[in-house]
Design a protein around this ligand. Structure first.
Ligand code: ZN
Length: 133
């Protein structure tokens, strides 16, 4: 894995959280995007090489809605950039990690993504992401 690509934060309101993070980091959101398959609306901020992804549920069945109901707002996942997502998924499966999707999915920000079950990674939801070429 190359580096942390972004940190995902679950929020109840993209609008109010967006304003807070824009103030906190003193930068503007550079992109908002809805990912229908995941039931989320996202907003991205970039500070230096680091990205923050704010995630709001777009329907009650969304994994973000369930996360917030259980744990409240907060850090939802850590995403690592990989060059070859299929090879990395295969490697992790062979190491005994539980993947939440068997095939890479289309995520936000023009990425192919796969999630590793938090039970496999000490309570942290891990996202693998590969830039789509
Ligand atoms: Zn993410």
């Amino acid at each position: 894995m190359n580096k942390i690509e972004h940190i995902g934060i679950a929020v109840t309101s993209l609008k109010s959280a967006g304003e807070i993070y824009e103030k906190l980091l003193n930068i503007a959101i550079y992109k908002t995007e809805e990912v229908l398959s995941e039931g989320v609306k996202t907003a991205f901020l970039q500070t230096g090489p680091n990205k923050i992804e704010l995630l709001e549920a777009s329907n009650p069945e969304s994994p973000i809605a369930k996360f917030i109901a259980k744990k409240g707002e907060g850090i939802h996942h850590i995403a690592f950039e990989v060059d070859n997502i299929r090879a990395e998924m295969e490697r992790l499966k062979n190491e005994g990690f539980v993947l939440l999707n068997e095939e890479p999915k289309l995520g936000a920000d023009n990425k192919l993504v796969c999630f590793v079950h938090p039970k496999s990674a000490n309570g942290v939801l891990i996202e693998l992401c590969q830039e789509r070429k």
